[in-house]
Design a protein around this ligand. Structure first.
Ligand code: MG
Length: 371
C-alpha cells in the first residue's frame, strides 16, 4: 500500500482513579494515536509508554517527537506492501519500540481493512473468545485489596495479578493467599528489585504463585537467570523483552519460563507475533499485557491474544474500569454471561474501535499531519 497521509495525535486520557505501580502514579494515560491513510481507506494505531519514562526509557511526548521527526517523514509517500517492509524501513532508527508500535499497529489496522478480514485472523489467531484476568494495583489498605480480589473471584476471573513493591509486599501476599488458598495468583514487581533481594523471592515460593513478573532491572536478562536458579516460582519477563533478539537471549539463558508480550513494548504487532512464534517453538508459554490504552490500542491486545501460544489470561480490561468515557468507540466490554469473563472478538473487519472526534479533540495535547 502507498502511505498517502499520516496524522499523529498525542493525547492525555484522564483516569477515573490514579494507576499506582512500583514506579509511581499516573492520573491520566498519555498515549499516541496514529491515523494512516491509503487507497481511500485508513487505519488507526496506538501505543502508550505513559507520560514519564518510568515503565521504559520511552515516554508519550518523546514518541510523538520520534514519529513526527523521523518515522512519519521516512514513511509518507512510500510503498509499504508488507509489515516486513515497514519494519525494515523503521529498523535504521535504533530502539524507540513504542513509537514504532504506534505506526506498526496503524499499518496492520489498515491492512486488515484492505484485506477485508478481521485483524485477529490476519495475525494468525484462531479463537474469537479471549478469557481475561483481573489485575490490582497498590491500594490504600489490605482490607480494600482483599475485598477487591474477592469480587474478582466471585465474578469468575480465572487468575489475579497483584502489583508488588516495597511496603506492599509479603504482608500483602500473606493477606491475599490466606484468604484465597486455591486462587491462581501472580505478582508484578515492575523491575522494583535487585539480585540482592533474592532471599525475599525465596520466601515467596511458599505462596505458590503462578509466576513472578519482572522482579529485576527493566533491561536485564542476566540477573534474572541467576535469580531463576535460586527460586522455584517461575519468572515471567515483561519490561526486559523489547525485541525478538532479547526474547531469544532470555530463552537461551533460561532467564524466564513465561513471557508477557505487549504490542507497544516490542515495537508493534509484527514483532509481537514473531516473539509469540519463537516462544512457541521453544516451549515457552506467553500471555498478553496492556498499557491502559484506549479501546483502539486494547483491540490490538485482544487480536494478539487469540494466537495459540497465549495460554495465560491476558491483562485486558473493559473501558469502564479506568475511563468514564473511552476515547474510542465502540468501547471494550467484557462478556460476563458465562462462567469466565471474556472478550468476544468480532468477525466483522469493519467493527474496529476508532477515536470519537470530540473526545480526541478534548484529550489532544499536540498533533501533526504528513501528506
Ligand atoms: Mg508487567
Amino acid at each position: 500500500m502507498l502511505i498517502e497521509r499520516i496524522e499523529i495525535f498525542h493525547v492525555a486520557m484522564p483516569l477515573i482513579y490514579p494507576w499506582r505501580t512500583a514506579y509511581g502514579e499516573d492520573a491520566s494515560i498519555e498515549s499516541l494515536l496514529i491515523k494512516v491513510s491509503s487507497e481511500d481507506q485508513y487505519g488507526w494505531g496506538e501505543a502508550t509508554p505513559f507520560a514519564a519514562p518510568c515503565y521504559s526509557p520511552e515516554w508519550a511526548a518523546g514518541i510523538f517527537s520520534m514519529v513526527n521527526q523521523w518515522l512519519a517523514p521516512a514513511l509518507v509517500k512510500q510503498e509499504i506492501p508488507s509489515s516486513e517492509v515497514l519494519n525494515q524501513a523503521m529498523a535504521m532508527f535504533k530502539g524507540n519500540h513504542f513509537a514504532k508500535a504506534a505506526v506498526d499497529t496503524a499499518w496492520w489496522s489498515l491492512h486488515s481493512k484492505l484485506q477485508e478480514k478481521p485483524l485477529y485472523q490476519t495475525l494468525g489467531g484462531t479463537r474469537n473468545r479471549v478469557p481475561v484476568g483481573a489485575d490490582f494495583g497498590v491500594m490504600d489498605s489490605l482490607d480494600e485489596l482483599v475485598e477487591a480480589v474477592g469480587g474478582a473471584v466471585d465474578d469468575g476471573f480465572p487468575r489475579v495479578k497483584l502489583k508488588f513493591r516495597p511496603g506492599w509486599d509479603l504482608a500483602m501476599l500473606e493477606a491475599v493467599r490466606s484468604t484465597f488458598p486455591e486462587l491462581t495468583i501472580h505478582i508484578d514487581c515492575n523491575s522494583g528489585y535487585r539480585l540482592e533481594d533474592s532471599s525475599m523471592f525465596q520466601e515467596i515460593d511458599r505462596f505458590h504463585l503462578a509466576m513472578i513478573e519482572q522482579p529485576l532491572q527493566h533491561d536485564d536478562v542476566v540477573d534474572h537467570a541467576k535469580l531463576a536458579q535460586k527460586i522455584e516460582t517461575p519468572i515471567c519477563l515483561d519490561e526486559s523483552i523489547n525485541s525478538i533478539d532479547r526474547a531469544r537471549q532470555a530463552i537461551e539463558m533460561q532467564s524466564c519460563r513465561w513471557i508477557n508480550v505487549k504490542p507497544g513494548r516490542v515495537g508493534g504487532l509484527t514483532q509481537a507475533v514473531a516473539i509469540h512464534d519463537l516462544c512457541q517453538d521453544a516451549g515457552i508459554p506467553c500471555w498478553v499485557g496492556g498499557m491502559l490504552e484506549s479501546a483502539v490500542g486494547a483491540s490490538f491486545c485482544v487480536a494478539l491474544a487469540t494466537l495459540d501460544n497465549f495460554t495465560y489470561p491476558p491483562d485486558i480490561f473493559p473501558s469502564s474500569r479506568f475511563y468514564h468515557r473511552d476515547l474510542a468507540d465502540p468501547p471494550l466490554v467484557l462478556d460476563t454471561s458465562s462462567d469466565v469473563p471474556h472478550v468476544v472478538v468480532s468477525d466483522d473487519f469493519r467493527k474496529v474501535p476508532e477515536p470519537l472526534p470530540e473526545e480526541l479533540e478534548k484529550c489532544c495535547v499536540q498533533r501533526a499531519v504528513f501528506e
